[in-house]
Design a protein around this ligand. Structure first.
Ligand code: ADP
Ligand code: MG
Length: 289
C-alpha cells in the first residue's frame, strides 16, 4: 500500500475508535487466517458474579463464602471481586496468602488452610472432589466457572461464577466467518466451561486450561494449524501473545501492558472494532492492487 492510502485508512479506522499503532499492521491484518480471542475481559465483560453455592456436608455455604472471600482479599483476579461482592459477612484479613498462577490461591484465614481455585488446583494438591464432583461438572457444562474451596485438606464447597458475554461478541464472530477467517478462543478456564461459551458464540477452535505463560505457545499452535494469527486480548497475561501474533489487537479498556504490546487498539473495547480493522485493511489494499 502507498503511504497515502495507509494514512487515509488509519485515519478512517481512528474515527471508528480503531487505532493502528503501526502502519504495517494494516497490511499484515489482511493475511490473517485466524483470529484468537482471550476470554475473560475480551469476549466477556470481565466482571463475573456469583450464581450458585454448593457446600459439602458439614459446611454452611454462607460461612464458606465468607472464608473464601477473605482468602481472596489480596487477589487481583476478577473471581476475587465476585466472591467479595456476594459475601455479606465481615471479611477477615488472611494471615497468609499466595497466588498460584492459572490455578487459584492458597491462604490461611482464621487459622485454617484454604485453597480456592480450579479443579487442577485440587488435583495438584491431591484433594478429591467427592460429593461435589457432579455439581462441579454441571457448573462447567453450563459455561460457568466452578470455584472450588478446600479447607484444611478437605473439599468444602464449590461456587459458580459467571461473566456476561459482551453484546457484540457473537456478531463479531459471524462477521469474521463471513470473511473466511477462523475464530479461536484462548483461556485459562476449564475445558467444559470454555467449550460451552465457544458453542454459544459459534467459535471454531478452543485452547482451554492454558496457563498464563502458555498463551504465547497457544498462538504458535494456532499459526501452525491455520496460518497467520490475529490475537485480541486485554490482560497483563496477554502481552506476550499480543506481541507474538502477526497482529496483536488490545482492548482499549484493558491493561497498559496489553496496549503497549499491541499493533492495534480498540478504544471503546467493543468487539465490532476487530471487524472494522479487517474492513479498513481490505479496503486500503484493494485500492492499490
Ligand atoms: P483466566 O483469567 O483466563 O480464567 P487464569 O490463568 O487467571 O485465566 O486462571 C485460570 C483459572 O484458574 C481460572 O479460570 C480460575 O478457575 C482459576 N483461578 C485463577 N486465579 C484464581 C483466584 N484468585 N481465585 C479463584 N480461582 C482462580
Ligand atoms: Mg482477559
Amino acid at each position: 500500500a502507498t503511504p497515502t492510502s495507509i494514512m487515509v485508512g488509519t485515519g478512517r479506522a481512528a474515527e471508528l475508535g480503531v487505532l493502528f499503532r503501526k502502519g504495517d499492521a494494516l497490511q499484515t491484518l489482511d493475511s490473517c487466517k485466524v483470529v484468537a480471542f482471550d476470554k475473560t475481559g475480551t469476549l466477556t465483560e470481565g466482571k463475573p458474579a456469583l450464581l450458585r453455592s454448593e457446600a459439602a456436608p458439614g459446611w454452611d455455604a454462607d460461612a464458606l463464602l465468607r472464608l473464601a472471600a477473605s482468602a481472596e482479599q489480596g487477589s487481583e483476579h476478577p473471581i476475587a471481586r465476585a466472591l467479595e461482592q456476594a459475601s455479606d459477612g465481615a471479611l477477615s484479613q488472611p494471615e497468609a496468602s499466595e497466588a498460584i498462577a492459572g490455578h487459584g490461591l492458597r491462604a490461611t484465614v482464621e487459622g485454617r488452610a484454604l485453597l480456592v481455585g480450579a479443579k487442577r488446583l485440587m488435583d495438584r494438591e491431591g484433594i478429591a472432589l467427592g460429593v461435589l464432583a457432579a455439581a462441579h461438572d454441571e457448573i462447567a457444562q453450563a459455561g460457568q466457572t466452578p470455584v472450588l474451596v478446600a479447607v484444611d485438606g478437605g473439599i468444602a464447597g464449590v461456587f459458580a461464577v459467571a461473566d456476561r458475554v459482551k453484546p457484540g461478541a457473537r456478531a463479531a464472530v459471524e462477521a469474521l466467518h463471513a470473511q473466511g477467517i477462523k475464530v479461536a478462543m484462548i483461556t485459562g478456564d476449564t475445558r467444559a466451561t470454555a467449550q460451552a461459551i465457544a458453542g454459544e458464540l459459534g467459535i471454531d477452535h478452543v485452547e482451554a486450561e492454558v496457563l498464563p505463560e502458555g498463551k504465547l505457545a497457544a498462538v504458535k499452535a494456532l499459526r501452525a494449524r491455520f496460518g497467520a494469527v490475529g490475537f485480541v486480548g486485554d490482560g497483563i497475561n496477554d502481552a506476550p501473545a499480543l506481541a507474538e501474533a502477526e497482529v496483536g489487537i488490545a482492548i482499549g479498556t484493558g491493561t497498559d501492558v496489553a496496549i503497549e504490546s499491541a499493533d492495534v487498539v480498540l478504544v471503546s473495547g467493543e468487539l465490532s472494532g476487530v471487524v472494522e480493522a479487517f474492513h479498513v485493511s481490505r479496503a486500503v489494499l484493494r485500492n492499490i492492487r
